[in-house]
Design a protein around this ligand. Structure first.
Ligand code: PMV
Length: 324
């Protein structure tokens, strides 16, 4: 039976989320956790989607493309685009999704799903070497999921690596790594939220006080230069401080929350060099920069404070790919 599997990485935003929506720069990196999508031939007349991590086993009628579950709306939009704009025929298949990323946690799980699905689908119908098509299809899925995405999650899922991202420009690939002896910890607050709602709230606040917010947006953009310099010189104390400053700006714009601040402060009190939310905020995930010797202690502190999925990540992982 014909089967194709593709995968795409999750991401963390190291600096500049939210500000990026209005055109400032941000730094993002693909992480070592991925979403896998397998497409298999079927005798059924329906497209069946099974995702154990999302607790989903539902169908889409390939004729009407009406999703059997609201969670499938981004997939239905991608299928509609594939049929109506790209002109491919939609046939019944079984789609299995395996996510190593917590869902709705600011780690780009929906963009990774969209990219992996688009890549797997195109490979399944024999359309090879088509990253541009993968990008077009994925953006349709992300727009349905998030409203006004800056495109950073999609760029990350497709390109992988580490990028400086500015809306409307091609992502600039850069090479960044932590010096020996330092680790980056990701912790999921366990609080799910809608990226769309947080983005709308932040944009609303920005509009309400343009004279102040424009300075904060400019500060967020300037932080990028300092962060790149800190990475280059291996100055992790400075990098940690810059993460704290970026968090202060996000707090000012209303993207933080009590749970996030509690976890950030628990990490800082126990010796973290710096910590911030990553992604949309109001929950989701945080990132914490630590000396490796303190990593186990701080991971335990975060778990004791109620965080889920506390893990170390490596940066610059590969983008979307077909799995053998
Ligand atoms: O929470 P996530 O993974 O969807 O990341 C959102 C990043 C934002 O900058 C808040 C929004 C965007 O579209 O860039």
């Amino acid at each position: 039976m014909k089967q194709v599997t593709a995968s795409a990485p999750g991401k963390i935003i190291l600096f500049g989320e939210h500000f990026v929506v209005k055109g400032t720069r941000s730094i993002a990196s693909a992480i070592s956790r991925r979403v896998y999508v397998s497409i298999t031939e079927t005798d059924s007349r329906y497209i069946r989607i099974i995702s154990p991590e999302a607790g989903l086993d539902s169908v889409i009628d390939p004729e009407t493309l009406k999703p059997g579950d609201p969670m499938l709306a981004p997939l239905a939009s991608m299928l509609e685009y594939i049929r109506d704009t790209l002109g491919y025929r939609i046939i019944p298949v079984t789609i299995r999704v395996k996510s190593e990323l917590p869902i709705g946690a600011g780690l780009g799980s929906s963009a990774a799903f969209s990219a992996a699905f688009a890549r797997a689908f195109l490979a399944f119908i024999g359309e090879e070497d088509s990253l541009e098509l993968v990008r077009k299809i994925s953006i349709v899925g992300e727009t349905r999921a998030h409203g006004k995405p800056s495109g950073i999650d999609t760029a990350m899922a497709i390109e992988g690596g580490t990028i400086i991202y500015k809306r409307g420009e091609n992502p600039l690939k850069i090479s960044l790594s932590l010096p020996e002896g330092y680790s980056l910890i990701v912790a999921n607050t366990g609080v799910e939220r809608s990226t769309r709602e947080v983005v709308e709230f932040v944009l609303g606040r920005a509009d309400k006080m343009v004279k102040v917010s424009s300075l904060l947006y400019e500060a967020a953009d300037r932080l990028i230069d300092l962060a790149l310099r800190a990475f280059k010189s291996g100055d992790m104390e400075l990098l940690g401080e810059l993460m704290d400053v970026n968090q202060g700006l996000l707090y000012s714009m209303g993207a933080s929350s009590g749970v996030i601040e509690r976890l950030l402060w628990a990490a800082r009190k126990n010796g973290a060099l710096g910590a911030k939310l990553t992604g949309a905020g109001w929950g989701g995930s945080i990132i914490v920069l630590v000396e490796e010797t303190l990593s186990s202690v701080i991971k335990k502190v975060l778990v004791d404070e109620g965080a889920l999925d506390v893990f170390e990540v490596s940066l610059g992982e590969p983008g979307v790919r077909v799995e053998e």
